[in-house]
Design a protein around this ligand. Structure first.
Ligand code: SF4
Ligand code: SF4
Length: 135
């Protein structure tokens, strides 16, 4: 006996895919994901256009270091302890591997020196990579 599920499955056969191939349709076997992302960032490789980035998307944090007054409010509100204080410089550094992109640091910063970017290409084989540290 046909169930609503079967009707839905048949209907979906004639629909365009809701997702797209990302990042590449054919992934080169001699390239690591990290290398591929670096190539894309340098403009040496092109990825399929991802779906449009929604408004207020929370990607990798941007830190305007020179504006920071070292108040540490961001450290107090960060739920994942992703932000460390550098006492000798009175500045911070953010570990993106720990960040959950909640934007609380961004919201509380009194001098507005933290921002959520649209950058979501953050895959890295080494969680301690310099690329995952914002300072
Ligand atoms: S976005 Fe959230 S998790 Fe990430 S550093 Fe800021 S407060 Fe911490
Ligand atoms: S809240 Fe803003 S000004 Fe204060 S330490 Fe964090 S980044 Fe610097």
């Amino acid at each position: 006996m046909a169930t609503p599920m079967i009707y839905e499955l048949i209907k979906q056969l004639f629909h365009k895919p809701a997702t797209n191939c990302f990042p590449l349709k054919y992934y080169p076997s001699n390239t690591t994901v990290t290398d591929l992302i670096k190539k894309v960032q340098k403009g040496e490789a092109k990825i399929n256009s991802p779906v449009a980035i929604p408004e207020k998307f929370r990607g990798k944090i941007i830190y305007e270091r020179e504006k920071c007054i070292g108040c540490r409010l961001c450290i107090k509100v960060c739920p994942s302890r992703a932000i460390e204080f550098i006492p000798e410089e009175k500045k911070i550094k953010i570990r993106i591997d720990r960040c959950i992109f909640c934007s609380q640091c961004n919201d509380i910063c009194p001098v507005n020196c933290l921002h959520m970017s649209e950058n979501f290409l953050l895959a890295n084989e080494n969680r301690f990579s310099e690329e995952l540290i914002v300072k």
